[in-house]
Design a protein around this ligand. Structure first.
Ligand code: GLC
Length: 563
């Protein structure tokens, strides 16, 4: 532990991350085996050289206008530094760092993660004393941005070690690549021994599978690599194997007709029954981001190369599917409203046979003329029109959303501010389900009553994803408004896990206090705004090789039939 960690204060000169585009052009990857040479260079060097390519793309190119690095250099929308937009440290920041450091978990004197909540007042600890993989992400980003990468490295290695365990639920053995939802360090003061226990879903409430853990792990490995410029961790045989095992799980062939990933309910941040089974947007966006993050990290040896090819193919199919079928805006809603049903064959416009009568009333009022979003889920005859904040923000960060779609999502947030942000950023989903629907969908879950917890509750942790999305789209003023709301209340209320109510005005019924990701999310949002070049570690630029959105009426199957 270094001196600043002991004092509880952040380093003031936060480490400058590599903000440049390290993304690969997919078509180049498929065509040329030149990457072996590129592997010799450091991650940083490669990033720099690819920036010069993106710089030459021309003035009307989205990247050159909105990528944070560019924005800084050209003096566009985003704040460049504390010097230009004077950044007064908010009094909450010191407290937040102290609280974050209090949540540190040590294994043999090394920090390996942060517990979910440090709430001694709560009657039941449940599993909030564990290090959750998804919860650690904002903590990790805060430490990386503050120039403290060691804890992130330790976390990545510890979870990788846990991945190697034999995992069982009753008599069923889980896939080799599964990453834990959470882990705990047991200290034995007598024998002076630390031991680890992990949960892969076998002890979680409802026995839910943490599908998101492996994706967050890969995304974090990229963030670490990008922030430190140190490719050596990702290149270790252990990390390469860990990535391949995760990828084997999600790229395996099955009965699927879609490139999206089929999941059971409760498989991600919403880890209870909430009607997100099927193809939930959060998982699809994280899946996409993890695939793109893995590309530059995988070695192009015999094993790695095969995965790269599979990833490239999947990314093409996945982006097409998501951008075409999950996207909803005014025009699209109007088209669905007028859909014919029972269409057979390749020429079908209503491919999923969605019955227009199943469109809920609220969505007609909610949809602004300008704006749009990725809906929650699509499967045969089922469209879940609910808004999910995390999936949409990750879609922007990973560039699963086209530049136009990213802008439209931000337009929607602006025009539906009261519904989606209200008095406390940010609604996890909108709208809440109630009455009969609540009984059927949640199984009468008393924790997920309307406008509470996962059912339309407001989660401060989502502030960092919103802020990152705002910076990426060149709309930092939206993030500033959201941060102001957080600063009015979060610390006074004891850093709760979530807020309840239509406007998010009430501290959540069963919300933990000193919830670590609420604390870390705030710090990350502040650091991102102060120094937008941090965005590079958690954002991927648009890949020009991926097919642009093709309107449903002119989908390639239709045009092929015509020729
Ligand atoms: C709740 C949340 C989950 C989070 C966990 C620990 O179960 O739904 O997303 O990881 O608490 O904070």
């Amino acid at each position: 532990m270094d001196g600043t960690m002991e004092s509880g204060l952040p380093h003031l000169d936060s480490r400058c991350s590599i903000s440049e585009d390290d993304d690969f052009d997919l078509s180049r990857l498929l065509d040329k085996p030149k990457l072996n040479i590129e592997r010799q260079r450091s991650f940083e060097e490669r990033s720099m050289s690819e920036l010069s390519i993106s710089n030459s793309r021309g003035p009307d190119n989205f990247d050159s206008i909105y990528s944070p690095g560019e924005a800084v250099r050209s003096g566009f929308n985003t704040p460049a530094s504390s010097a230009r937009y004077s950044f007064e440290p908010h009094p909450m920041i010191g407290d937040a760092w102290e609280a974050l450091r209090r949540s540190l978990v040590f294994f043999r004197d090394q920090p390996v993660g942060t517990i979910a909540a440090y709430d001694h007042a709560a009657e039941e600890v449940l599993n909030y004393d564990q290090v959750f993989v998804r919860d650690f992400v904002p903590s990790a980003l805060a430490f990386l941005m503050n120039g403290e990468p060691d804890i992130v490295k330790n976390f990545l290695m510890k979870t990788l070690y846990l991945q190697g365990w034999e995992k069982r639920v009753d008599r069923f053995q889980l896939g080799e690549g599964a990453m834990p939802a959470s882990f705990k360090v047991l200290h034995d003061p007598v024998r002076k021994m630390d031991t680890l226990i992990a949960d892969f879903g076998e002890s979680a409430i409802g026995r839910v599978a943490p599908v998101d853990s492996g994706f967050w792990w890969i995304i974090l490995l990229r963030a670490y690599t990008k922030s430190t410029g140190d490719l050596s961790l990702a290149e270790t045989p252990e990390c390469q194997k860990g990535m391949r095992l995760i990828l084997t799980l999600c790229l395996s062939e099955g009965f699927d007709t879609f490139p999206t990933l089929l999941c059971a309910d409760g498989c991600s941040m919403i880890d209870r029954r909430m009607g997100i089974y099927g193809y939930p947007i959060e998982i699809q966006a994280l899946f996409f981001m993890a695939l793109r993050s893995a590309l530059p990290l995988l070695k192009h040896d015999a094993e790695g190369k095969e995965f790269v090819e599979r990833i490239v193919k999947r990314l093409h199919a996945l982006s097409f599917h998501m951008r075409s079928y999950f996207w909803l805006d005014f025009q699209q809603l109007n088209d669905i409203y007028r859909y014919k049903t029972e269409e057979y064959s390749h020429t079908a416009v209503n491919k999923f046979n969605v019955i227009p009568d199943s469109i809920p009333d609220w969505v007609f009022d909610f949809m602004p003329t300008r704006g749009g979003y990725f809906i929650g889920n699509i499967s045969p005859a089922r469209m879940d029109f609910r808004w999910f904040a995390l999936g949409n923000c990750v879609a922007i960060l990973s560039s699963l959303a086209t530049p136009e779609q990213s802008m439209a999502i931000m337009d929607l947030i602006e025009s539906r501010w009261e519904e989606l942000v209200g008095e406390m950023p940010l609604k996890i989903t909108y709208p809440a389900i109630e009455g009969h629907e609540w009984r059927i969908v949640t199984g009468c879950d008393p924790k997920n009553t309307r406008w509470s917890y996962h059912n339309g509750g407001s989660w401060p942790v989502l502030l960092w994803t919103l802020t990152a999305a705002c910076i990426k789209t060149g709309r930092p003023q939206i993030a500033r408004r959201a941060i102001e709301l957080i600063e009015n209340r979060l610390q006074k209320d004891g850093w709760p896990e979530y807020y309840d109510g239509k406007l998010g005005r009430y501290v959540g019924k069963q919300a933990r206090k000193f919830q670590t990701w609420s604390i870390a999310g705030y710090l990350v949002a502040k650091m991102l705004l102060e120094d937008p070049s941090h965005l590079g570690m958690i954002s991927l630029e648009e890949d020009k090789a991926m097919k642009p959105l093709i309107k449903r009426s002119t989908s390639w199957t239709c045009s092929m039939n015509r020729h």
